[in-house]
Write a protein that binds this ligand. Structure first.
Ligand code: RAM
Length: 370
């Protein structure tokens, strides 16, 4: 799959994006009228990750002359999303692309969408396989989950690896074989306790830690805390990790959590390492190989491309080119051709591509984009 982000960098098209929250935001979120519009609903308003995805989503919708609106709740909860979905269906929206805050509690409103012929496409954090047409996944759930555990372990051991030369798994195996120190302990600073996308990655992290190579060397127990994708709550949880001082590294699989932990750990000059999924622009000041920085490297993907992919999939569906079934294919413009595959929950999904790794060498360049 093509990586728009890399291509844009190669062409020197670095632009600074306006990370502003949309207009018409009340206590409930964005309640503007969406009749005749394709709705993009993120977990909550004001999350830079969601704003960038919407940039990608709206750029394709506008290119093909379709109306679209970002309609996200003020609070990162299922109840708040249900209320806005219900409102959007009643107003007569054309489709809903959603990143969900939970895997239960949507059935009634999704059934209403089905009755009214409003397709539900999920993106980033999946909607139930019973109701969604398909899901747009950023990368394989297994890759994203396992890679974060491997990164955390290598960072605690201070072992570098060259992705061009050797796999990360082999590097971890060799590094742990030589290690006879105390059991390494990992913490996770996640989004919501029920958020499908983060919980999918955490489940893979736990499976990864069951492998023989970790036995007696890395604790299979993850110390999990939840910041609900809110900056203040995430900061409080990061401070709790610092005060408890019983983990060697924190994995934060959310851009809000990793930025909060970056600030807390760096300010405290803590030797707890930090990795996970973050925005280069928010993580740049915490990224480095020395004691002054808490995060040696971290990951994310082409967020704008993910939003765009969701728009292409929605339009392919609306035009009748796909139904959301396994093995169907469609072309997402210059991003190339995509094939629908089976997801872990037995529903279907479209996988954007491979995650990008941000290091002290490339973070400044990527920060100009995202
Ligand atoms: C956050 C959101 C999103 C997640 C990214 C990595 O902004 O929680 O769901 O995919 O981080």
């Amino acid at each position: 799959m093509k990586k728009n982000l890399k291509k844009a960098m190669a062409m020197g098209l670095a632009t600074t994006m306006a990370l502003a929250a949309p207009a018409a935001v009340s206590a409930a979120g964005n309640t503007s009228d969406v009749s005749g519009s394709h709705v993009f609903m993120f977990k909550s308003v004001g999350n830079a990750f969601g704003v960038i995805m919407y940039e990608g989503f709206s750029s394709y919708m506008e290119q093909v002359g379709e109306n679209c609106t970002e309609k996200s709740p003020a609070e990162t909860t299922v109840a708040a999303q249900v209320q806005l979905i219900d409102e959007a269906i009643t107003q007569g929206c054309k489709s809903i692309s959603i990143s969900t805050n939970g895997d239960t509690g949507f059935d009634e409103v999704f059934a209403k969408a089905q009755e009214k012929g409003v397709p539900i496409v999920s993106v980033d954090s999946s909607a139930s396989a019973d109701y969604r047409v398909t899901h747009n996944n950023q990368a394989s759930t297994e890759d994203i989950g396992a890679m974060q555990v491997r990164a955390a372990v290598l960072q605690v051991l201070g072992v570098a690896y060259d992705p061009e030369d050797v796999t990360m798994e082999k590097t971890v195996e060799a590094a742990l074989a030589d290690y006879d120190g105390d059991e390494i302990r990992l913490g996770v600073l996640s989004a919501g306790i029920d958020t499908p996308v983060q919980n999918g990655w955490i489940a893979v992290m736990e499976q990864e830690l069951q492998k023989d190579i970790y036995k007696g060397k890395v604790s299979p127990e993850l110390n999990k805390k939840y910041g609900d994708d809110e900056a203040t709550k995430s900061t409080t949880q990061a401070q709790a990790f610092l005060a408890e001082n019983n983990v060697d590294a924190i994995i934060s699989p959310t851009t809000v959590g990793i930025a909060a932990a970056g600030e807390v750990l760096t300010q405290a000059k803590s030797d707890i390492k930090l990795t996970g999924l973050g925005l280069p622009s928010e993580m740049q000041e915490y990224t480095g190989d020395d004691d002054a920085h808490s995060c040696p490297y971290f990951y994310l993907w082409d967020m704008e491309g993910l939003g765009k992919l969701s728009a292409y999939a929605t339009m392919a569906l609306v035009k009748g080119d796909i139904t959301g079934a396994v093995d169907e294919t469609f072309t997402a413009g210059d991003m190339g051709e995509y094939t629908i595959t089976t997801a872990d929950d037995e529903g279907t999904e479209i996988v954007l591509g491979e995650p990008l790794q941000f290091t002290p060498d490339n973070v400044a360049d990527y920060a100009k984009l995202y």
